[in-house]
Ligand binder design. Sequence first.
Ligand SMILES: [Fe+2]
Length: 140
Amino acid sequence: MQEPVLWSDDYALNIEQIDEQHRHFFKLIGDLFLAVRSPQWEGEKALAALTHLCDYAYYHFDTEEKFFEKAEYPERVLHRKYHEEFRRQTQLFLSRFRAPTADGKKVLEEAAAFAQRWLTQHILAEDKKYVQCLKERGVV
Ligand SMILES: [Fe+2]
């Protein structure tokens, strides 16, 4: 079974506002893992953890995308597509969870593993690419 990954300096972009949001994003993924694995399965509580995670993710993407616009970051269109893909996938988990015959615990466990894999890879592979541009253009 997958274990929650903790924040480490490997994920630091050295942009204070973004790093703080990423740390919070990790924490919310940890909260989702905890809710899913709680000995007393409480579907509503676990669903609330996923909903909270999604809301925060969208808020965070918005922060990044505003910086991209200000900096006219050349890869902003592609980067927005990666964010969009996360939104699409998480909405799919939410609708799978709501299906009458769903195994809610399994769906949310998959959602937690997905969110974690997505976030860690996205920071390392994509977010790290915008740091230099945003700094050079003075928006962070
Ligand atoms: Fe991003």
